[in-house]
Design a protein around this ligand. Structure first.
Ligand SMILES: [Zn+2]
Length: 64
């Protein structure tokens, strides 16, 4: 699987107004929780919300 460039944006607690599901741990990110959103540059519709810790782990796993 080829990963294109991704834009990682921090979401501040006050910006998090919905519940998201983190693809890293399959649990939810409740509203009001700071996290990150990862947006593939060539497919912005596929953006995913991650816990900060889960995203860092994912990056280590990918070796980037
Ligand atoms: Zn997570």
């Amino acid at each position: 699987m080829i990963h294109g460039a991704e834009i990682v944006r921090p979401i501040q607690p006050y910006q998090a107004s919905k519940t998201y599901r983190c693809p890293g741990c399959e649990s939810t990110i409740p509203p009001g929780t700071g996290h990150v959103v990862v947006v593939p540059e060539d497919a912005p519709d596929l953006r995913r919300h991650w816990h900060r810790g889960c995203w860092y782990k994912e990056r280590r796993r990918r070796g980037t």
